[in-house]
Design a protein. Sequence first.
Length: 118
Amino acid sequence: MSAVRPGEAGATRACPHCKATILESSAVCPACRGHLRFDTAAPDTTQRLVPLQVEGTIQGNDTGTLEYTMVVVIRNERGEEITRHVTGVGAVHPGEARSFSVTVEAVPTAAGKRRLKH
């Protein structure tokens, strides 16, 4: 999990439904979409930002089957790799198609707002 202490911005935990690593502040798991809590202390999602959204499609063609690997890499401000994860692999045969969507969502945290005031 995360090296960040519980209760701090960026702290993680395991989803009780699918075991994916998620933000501790999540009210809904982004992987399985299972509800984790229904309290009013959940982050204000009306301030949700989507700084990155990419979509694309691989179309099978007559030249043969195409294999694909979808890799997600996260880097810090110095370009150093923080994490790399293969999210899926497969093949697209002639006449088939696969669509891919990558979305990064960001929600301001109470800790982040306090930090900005200093």
